[in-house]
Design a protein around this ligand. Structure first.
Ligand code: NJP
Length: 271
């Protein structure tokens, strides 16, 4: 049966690919982003099954209005894709307090805004799937990504528990943890960097910036492939709780699990 999708951050990157893949599967899509024109340029104009709306996910009232309008126009929301997000990169002490708060305002509270707006419609129908694009950085944190990781760890903690609250009401959830994807994510258009110079970190920060510049555009992960996986999973009855996407992500998560197991074993010594 054809589905209705609501996708955030559909102007570029993974969100655009998920919207395209859903359209290619014959589904109907409400594609949203901060600029309606950008989504139109990304996905084309007036396909019968493509609907566009402006939505900054940090705006809770706008999220409520978009959810209501989608249900009114399209009858239901079968799949919500919480995709919109960005990274505040750089060593923690080089980021201002405002930058840290902005990161949470979008990645965590913005994602909560949209989910809070959509969940009641899904509960009412005892049906729906909430796909939340987290990150491998939601399970593993590294130097230079501490603040981004903090926001995605928060997304993981919130959604892991909320999924259990929703499941008895017929609403399913999928957390997606991609590795590095070839999108605009590391580009100046999306990523922000710490602005405070701290000599103690200068060398490490310069090495980190060089790593990001080199990785930008050459990331191993194909967003089209991930989009196709998500669209295929949405049609299955047995949607898993998590999808860790990419060899890099699986390797990092495996190493984290090994480290956690070792720490856990060590924790029992001496009671
Ligand atoms: O990034 P990019 P991705 N309200 O920059 C939108 C996660 N992820 O596709 O700036 C509404 O190409 C933005 O819209 P605009 C990542 O954390 C990525 O890779 O207005 N929309 C654009 O459409 C994120 O959650 C990688 O044109 C807002 C989109 O978000 C998701 O994947 C690895 C917004 C960003 O497109 C998609 O990112 C990983 C707001 N306030 C997780 N702020 C990776 N690429 O390597 C931004 O593990 N957007």
């Amino acid at each position: 049966m054809h589905k209705v999708w609501l996708v955030t951050g559909a102007s570029r990157g993974l969100g655009r690919e998920i919207a395209r893949a859903a359209l290619d599967a014959g589904d109907t899509v409400m594609a949203t982003a901060r600029s309606g024109d950008a989504v139109r340029d990304a996905l084309g104009g007036d396909a019968e099954r493509l609907h566009l709306h402006t939505l900054d996910i940090a705006d809770a009232e706008a999220a409520t209005a978009v959810a209501a309008e989608t249900v009114e126009r399209l009858g239901a929301i079968d799949v919500l894709v919480n995709n919109a997000g960005y990274a505040e990169l750089g060593f923690f002490e080089t980021l201002t307090d405002a930058a840290v708060r902005r990161q949470f305002e979008v990645n965590l509270f913005g994602t909560m805004n949209v989910t809070r707006a959509v969940a009641p419609y899904m509960r009412e129908r005892r049906s729906g799937l909430i796909v939340t694009i987290s990150s491998v950085s939601g399970l593993v944190s590294n130097a230079g990504g501490a603040v981004y990781s903090a926001s995605k760890f928060a997304v993981e903690g919130w959604m892991e528990g909320f999924a259990q609250e929703l499941a008895p009401l017929g609403v399913r959830s999928l957390l997606v943890e991609p590795g590095m994807l070839r999108t605009d994510f590391m580009d100046q258009r999306s990523a922000h960097f710490g602005t405070i110079d701290i000599p103690d970190y200068a060398e490490a920060v310069a090495r980190y910036r060089a790593f990001v510049d080199e990785a930008n555009g050459t990331q191993p992960g194909d967003p089209k492939r991930l989009a196709a996986r998500i669209v295929a999973l949405a049609s299955r009855d047995d949607v898993p709780g998590r999808l860790v996407f990419g060899d890099d992500a699986r390797e990092w998560v495996g190493a984290k699990l090994d480290a956690l197991r070792a720490d856990l074993a060590g924790s029992t010594d001496g009671g």
